[in-house]
Design a protein around this ligand. Structure first.
Ligand code: G6Q
Length: 546
């Protein structure tokens, strides 16, 4: 038994699960007309309703005592004060410092990093103003009209998700493009939509060694030069965001056009840093600052709110409850907002790259489930696709519904329809429909007793399927910042309970190494020692790529 599963708090939860596992949420609601007010809380421009979960007051008490036992508050304090909590990479984890207001102080190795953060933010902000105002000109004297962000993983998903989410705040005559995949199709198709004279390429890479990003950056530069520009024109059309000045210079980008950040910012936590340059360019500095301040508000909420009203703590604990006691191996993210259509993809990286680990900080194998599989699509589209399985499939799939109370596009009754669908889904998942209810419905509809008997089982919904509902007052830069920070901290809480390092990513590093070995073999045709499937595949593909 592991340290975690030996804890009395864990064992109490296990015993409680045995008592509660057959209890129906519809009965809990029937017994308690205060359930919504007991199990909902508001902060940072959002309401979390977690009453449609398989919990009682006792469940929450037990979960909160687990948080106490794991000293979540102390661990969070260690993160935000610069402790080297990313032990396998010997680094601090300080994305929260990127959201600190000017004038704040956080010393790391004797340096106030908040000053440094704001100095770089000012550099990015000044550059942003020049591009957006048209003061910065391309090599033929025209203003910039297209931005192409070249990056992958953490250097792509966050900026892309936010630019999509905050389109109503975007400068619409500045088109945003994101190229991540090394598949030549991605860069080739993007380049057909832009004009070299009016395009700015942002090469976004923390390490500046990532194969995909460098390949796309080189292809973009070759294309730029092929359109008639010269080497000296590169400086007006290529900027870099990185921690690696030497590699940036080696690529041929003037380091005056480089926006720095720091090794204590993890890739998937980096959209708040210079990696967010594309976001600044799209929505402007004031809106970017509003996003930072929303995230900072959530940081403060996480740090200063008692566990029982603490959004990230509650959501993190509920995730543990389902992963470890109900054996729920996936959870669905359903944003009922078209602008959030990339949010599930963004969260997949944030959550699965952070907590997809099976060894504890002490190097011991876990004997319990850690990070679940996250997936999802915006509602209402999901309802016409995979929601069937969530309602009637054999797996228990906890859901997060996210919906803004008001729309940025109040067209007719659309928003009421969207809200109605979202709320109705949470109700149906919770309540289900019993066999008796289905039989009564079919009988009332005039079906014969034989038909009722044969059709009814198919129309039964077991219900008791849990969900959280997050209602944003509005989706805007500030609430989006808070929403992202909420999930960052939820992931932190879970990582700390599971005892894993949420801040390394050796699986990603492995992919980077493997690809370069195999690429060399494909390029030279000299296939090395592999299992015979790998050799067979390489030889097969090599015949098409001589
Ligand atoms: C994020 C991961 C990973 C990383 C990409 C790109 O936390 O480390 O997704 O962001 O591999 O890395 P670079 O920014 O170094 O190119």
């Amino acid at each position: 038994m592991s340290k975690l599963t030996r804890l009395p708090q864990w064992q109490a939860l296990q015993a409680h699960y045995d008592d509660l596992s057959q209890v129906q949420m519809r009965d809990l609601f029937a017994q308690d007309d205060q359930r919504f007010s007991t199990f909902s809380t508001q902060s940072c421009g959002m309401l979390l309703d977690y009453s449609k979960n398989r919990i009682t007051r006792q469940t929450m008490e037990l979960l909160l005592s687990l948080a106490d036992a794991m000293d979540i508050a102390g661990q969070a304090d260690s993160m935000v004060s610069g402790g080297r909590i990313n032990a396998t990479e010997d680094r601090s984890v300080l994305h929260t410092a990127l959201r600190k207001p000017r004038g704040d102080k956080l010393l790391l190795d004797g340096v106030n990093i908040v000053d440094d953060v704001h100095a770089i933010a000012d550099q990015a902000a000044a550059f942003t103003d020049k591009i957006r105002s048209g003061e910065w000109r391309g090599y033929t004297g025209k203003p910039i009209r297209s931005i192409v962000n070249i990056g992958i993983g953490g250097s792509d998903l966050g900026p892309l998700m936010v630019c999509e989410a905050l389109k109503p705040w975007a400068q619409r005559d500045l088109e945003m493009h994101f190229v991540s995949n090394v598949d030549g199709t991605h860069i080739a198709e993007t380049l057909t939509r832009v004009d070299a004279e009016t395009t700015l390429f942002i090469i976004a890479s923390k390490t500046f060694t990532t194969l995909e990003t460098l390949a796309n950056a080189h292809s973009a530069r070759n294309w730029f030069l092929d359109t008639g520009a010269t080497e000296k024109d590169v400086a007006r059309h290529f900027v870099a965001v990185s921690t690696n000045a030497e590699a940036v210079a080696g690529f041929g980008i003037d380091t005056d056009n480089m926006f720095r950040f720091w090794d204590w910012v993890g890739g998937r936590y980096s959209l708040w840093s210079s990696i967010g340059l594309a976001i600044r360019l799209s929505i402007g500095n004031d809106n970017f600052d509003a996003m930072l301040s929303g995230a900072h508000d959530m940081d403060q909420h996480f740090a200063n709110t008692e566990y029982k009203n603490n959004l990230p703590v509650i959501m993190g604990l509920l995730g543990v409850w389902y992963s470890n006691f109900f054996n729920a191996r996936t959870c669905v993210i359903a944003p009922y907002d078209q602008y959030l259509h990339r949010f599930p993809a963004y969260l997949q990286q944030l959550d699965m790259e952070s907590n997809g680990k099976s060894v504890t900080m002490e190097g011991e194998s876990v004997d319990y489930a850690t990070g679940p599989v996250l997936w999802g699509e915006p509602g209402t589209n999901g309802q016409h696709a995979f929601f069937q399985l969530i309602h009637q499939g054999t797996d228990l799939i906890p859901a997060d519904f996210i919906v803004p109370a008001v729309s940025q596009n109040p067209v007719g009754a659309h928003h009421k329809m969207l809200l109605a669908n979202c709320i109705a889904q949470t109700e149906a998942l919770m309540k289900g429909k019993t066999l008796e209810e289905v039989q009564a419905e079919l009988t009332t509809a005039g079906r014969s007793p034989a038909e009722v008997e044969s059709i009814a089982p198919h129309k039964v919904f077991s219900g008791n399927r849990p969900s959280n509902t997050l209602v944003l007052d509005e989706l805007n830069p500030k609430t989006l910042g808070a929403l992202i920070a909420l999930y960052e901290h939820k992931v932190f809480v879970q990582g700390k309970i599971w005892g894993v390092n949420s801040f390394d990513q050796w699986g990603v590093e492995l992919g980077k190494q493997l690809a370069s070995t195999v690429l060399r073999e494909l390029e030279t045709g000299d296939i090395g020692e592999h299992d015979n499937s790998t050799s067979g595949l390489l030889q097969h593909c090599a015949t098409f790529n001589k």
